[in-house]
Design a protein around this ligand. Structure first.
Ligand code: PHE
Length: 340
């Protein structure tokens, strides 16, 4: 009797297990037969009421049935966990794909890279310096007198500090002295970098801009070298022959000093609205390094000669990409960046 009952339970439960549709159903089957009040559990519990003879034949049978159920449950469990739920995995191949957002380079980065490439090809070293600068490197070492208007509150962001006087550098020129303190001529370097001016902003003025300095020092460097290198650089940068024009000017750290212009990149110097019919575009400042600057760096006086120049990278980018307002650069507006 009991023997048949066990056989029957085994048969039915195994077929139920094989058909279990999911893990939840399988669990319910397990409880139904092997749980505390499960059908097979009841039989196992009742074994103690049998006489010894019966126990010897029925006992092993009931235990075999339990093992069989357990192994069938484990097998089905594995199958179910490996089964792919096609309903959930279904792919609608008619849906449009998800686009990966690919970034683009900021125009300042583009111009940086272009400048660095051109100067590297002329054997210039690319040098950087700190944006938080001491008053010494930003002004005093560059021969600015203590009461020079550039040091004024209107132009410079001063940083409150106990020890030294710090400024957000107003130009890349302080790197001239930093570099010369550690290197002996001859050398040629360029210094691209971010600079800051305490300025009311408009289409042509920003408080945060990028500059680019060049410094060439040796025994016999002269203005002719400057003109040649500048015209080479701008010709490659704008992809057409560019002439350089110098106008007398003043910077404390150069003597003589000049402003320099390039022939208009739109009309090649014939005269057009871009250059207000003058044929020339203003670019930046330049000059022969003042001997006082060499002295700041610890060079012997009148031993070396060199030229330096500096100009705004934004202005260059505006010319190259025809951008009409300098405030775009720091705006963080992706519509602006994506165009280039
Ligand atoms: N540092 C100057 C400026 O910011 C530019 C300059 C650099 C002029 C080097 C002469 C030589 O205006």
């Amino acid at each position: 009797m009991l023997k048949e009952k066990i056989k029957k339970i085994e048969e039915i439960s195994v077929s139920e297990i094989k058909k279990a549709a999911n893990e939840r159903a399988l669990f319910d089957i397990k409880v139904k037969y092997l749980g505390r009040k499960g059908k097979l559990t009841e039989i196992l519990k009742s074994l103690k009421n049998l006489n010894e003879n019966e126990r010897k034949t029925i006992g092993p049978l009931a235990n075999q049935a339990r093992q069989k159920l357990e192994s069938e449950i484990a097998k089905r469990q594995k199958e179910l966990s490996e089964k792919i739920d096609w309903e959930r995995e279904k792919i609608d191949i008619t849906l449009p794909g998800k686009k990966t957002e690919i970034g683009s380079l900021h125009p300042i980065t583009l111009v940086y890279r272009e400048i660095e490439k051109i100067f590297a090809s002329m054997s210039f070293e690319i040098v950087e310096g700190p944006e938080l600068e001491t008053e010494w490197y930003n002004f005093s070492a560059l021969n600015f007198p203590p009461d020079h208007p550039a040091r004024d509150m209107q132009d410079t962001f001063w940083i409150r500090s106990e020890k030294e006087k710090f400024v957000l550098r107003t130009h890349t020129s302080p790197v001239q002295v930093r570099y010369m303190e550690k290197h002996k001529p001859p050398f040629r370097i360029i210094v691209p970098g971010r600079v800051f001016r305490n300025e009311a902003t408009d289409a042509a003025h920003e408080h945060t801009l990028h500059q680019f300095e060049a410094l060439v020092v040796g025994d016999d460097v002269n203005v002719g070298h400057f003109k040649y290198i500048a015209s080479q650089f701008f010709s490659v940068f704008f992809g057409k022959k560019v002439e350089i024009r110098l106008r007398p000017s003043f910077f404390p750290f150069t003597e003589p000093s000049f402003e320099f212009d390039i022939s208009c990149t739109v009309c090649s110097g014939k005269g057009c609205p871009s250059c207000k019919n003058s044929g020339w575009l203003e670019i930046g400042g330049a000059g022969m390094v003042n001997q006082n600057v060499f002295a700041s760096a610890g060079y012997p006086e009148n031993r070396y000669q060199g030229f330096a120049w500096g100009f705004g990278i934004e202005r260059l980018a505006m010319m190259k990409y025809k951008i009409d307002d300098i405030r775009w650069f720091e705006s963080g507006d992706l519509r602006f960046i994506r165009q280039l």
